[in-house]
Ligand binder design. Sequence first.
Ligand code: FES
Length: 118
Amino acid sequence: MQAVNKMSEEWIKVGDINDIPKLGARIVRTDAGDIAVFRNAEDEVFALRDKCPHKGGPLSQGIVHGRQVACPLHNWNIQLDSGMAVAPDEGCAAAFPIRLEGVTIYLSLTPDDGCPNK
Ligand code: FES
């Protein structure tokens, strides 16, 4: 966890990709709630509201596999790029845009469209 440095109105710098273990996540605390920033095995980085669409489990504590995270509470799989639950489960966690500049991660606090549970 790290304090957020404002870079502009839109994007905040959350740190270096190497601060996040592969297949792990870190939490960015914002006024609008916690956002989980994930890194997968391919060094892709994703950001989702740290709240499972099932019963609010902490997705940041889940197991990352491929481009999904398995919720630690009841094992729903959530797509890291969209926040959508993988069928047969239904629901979504808000997904937030990520920008990588070299190894530096920037996060937008404006969620992507597509999930009503922002
Ligand atoms: S709270 Fe995530 S699967 Fe139930």
